[in-house]
Design a protein around this ligand. Structure first.
Ligand code: 5GP
Ligand code: ZN
Length: 114
């Protein structure tokens, strides 16, 4: 999709600190990290949000979660614990309208979130 920030990152048109990638998914560090480990996982193809990915291509949603598990291991937060978050829509506080999952870890995370 033109004019989409994360489409541009997926295409390599806007630089990002990529930590892992597959044919269909890219993982890169959040520009404003909220924890010592804060990685975003996105499908290369444009979807507005994660439920849209799950509806259209459940295997792709599973690939996103599988890469998150891999990154949790490579970032050293698999054993200590971590959190996957998919802010969705207005009430969910989604600010970038391209599907993404946050991987947060490296500190004790409060619950419930605000
Ligand atoms: P949301 O609020 O939609 O759940 O998450 C969007 C995330 O994208 C935010 O945590 C924000 O810091 C991150 N972000 C916004 N613009 C950029 C960017 O240009 N590069 C990177 N790496 N992250 C970004
Ligand atoms: Zn996009």
């Amino acid at each position: 999709m033109s004019d989409c920030l994360f489409c541009a990152i997926a295409a390599g048109e806007i630089p990002a600190d990529v930590v892992a990638a597959t044919d269909r998914v890219v993982a890169f560090r959040d520009i404003q990290p909220q924890a010592p480990v804060h990685v975003l996982l996105i499908p290369r193809a444009h979807f507005d949000d994660l439920p849209s990915v799950a509806d259209a291509d459940p295997a792709l949603a599973a690939e996103i979660v599988a890469l998150a598990a891999e990154v949790a291991r490579s970032e050293g937060v698999a054993a200590t614990g971590h959190r996957l978050v998919a802010n969705t829509g207005v009430d969910g506080g989604q600010s970038v309208p391209h599907a993404h999952v946050h991987l947060l870890g490296g500190r004790s995370l409060a619950w419930p979130p605000g």
